[in-house]
Write a protein that binds this ligand. Structure first.
Ligand SMILES: [Zn+2]
Length: 287
């Protein structure tokens, strides 16, 4: 894992770990520069969104697990919107079959590591933020390091853009144990799901909604994924946009638009449903 550990030169410490070296740096975090005011002006003009919201975004630090069909478009939107630090984790290399939906990549990138190329593209898209990456496959042994989780230092939000139950289960356990909110999205064929779990509020976790998948492989539970079932290019784009919409509200306005609700999107019917859930008082993860 450590051999694959790469960090961008522009990386800043994750949340609560920032060492303020001078008053000038502290002031920079509390205001927007002229370049930032101009770049985000259409956002700041929004009713209900103001400079304070934009400053909160500037000081936000997120980890995105997966630079695929969801991770590409959601990271692009967060970068353009001004989320201050984005860390991307992925162990895959870019293949031709990815280009149909993985919007940060081109044919020239085939064979290159997804996380590295994504970091480069996002840094080009918005030079006012910082972006870092790890080329690594997350597991129980390396997860805390990759996700920047410690007793005193955690990101503001983890975005689950993975495509398998084992990773989702691991992210959920760490989200609960470290009290870090988890924004979990999935997309398959022409359908998608989205939820924003807030462990600190005891409103339920991924396990409360979907039950145990820990001891079962994806093949055993008959899991569909993009490799075996296909996915329409628009499905990942829509779900990533909904995921970004929830992330920006949560980070900028400290508001969860999906509190205790699972969003189900059906592309064939062009329909969206919200299903209420509550904490399972017998949940072995969060209760
Ligand atoms: Zn739970």
């Amino acid at each position: 894992m450590t051999d694959d550990f790469k960090m961008a030169a522009t990386i800043e410490p994750m949340n609560n770990c920032n060492i303020i070296a001078s008053d000038e740096m502290a002031n920079d975090k509390m205001r927007l520069t002229d370049a930032e005011l101009l770049r985000y002006s259409r956002q700041i003009l929004l009713e209900g969104w103001d400079i304070d919201a934009q400053i909160r975004l500037k000081n936000s630090q997120v980890v995105i697990l997966g630079a695929g069909g969801l991770g590409c478009p959601v990271s692009e939107t967060l970068a353009r919107a001004g989320v201050g630090h984005i860390h991307i984790i992925d162990d895959d290399v870019i293949e031709l079959s990815n280009l149909q939906r993985q919007t940060l990549f081109t044919a020239y990138d085939v064979g290159q590591p997804k996380a590295k190329v994504a970091q480069q593209r996002l840094a080009q898209i918005n030079e006012l933020i910082s972006v870092s990456y790890d080329i690594a496959r997350i597991n129980r042994d390396n997860a805390k390091i990759l996700l920047h989780l410690s007793e005193t230092c955690c990101p503001d939000l983890i975005l689950d853009c993975s495509d398998n139950f084992a990773t989702r289960d691991l992210l959920n356990r760490l989200s609960v144990s470290h009290h870090v909110p988890l924004l979990s999205a999935s997309a398959i064929a022409m359908t998608g799901q989205l939820a924003l779990y807030e462990p600190q509020k005891q409103t339920g976790c991924y396990h409360c909604v979907f039950g145990s998948t820990t001891d079962t492989t994806d093949a055993e539970v008959g899991t569909q994924n993009c490799t075996n079932s296909g996915v329409l290019a628009s499905t990942t784009a829509v779900m990533a946009s909904l995921q970004a919409n929830a992330a920006l509200q949560y980070l900028g306005l400290t508001r969860n638009p999906l509190t205790s609700q699972l969003l189900l999107w059906d592309g064939k019917r062009m329909s969206q449903r919200l299903i209420r859930y509550q904490q399972d008082k017998a949940c072995p993860i969060c209760s």
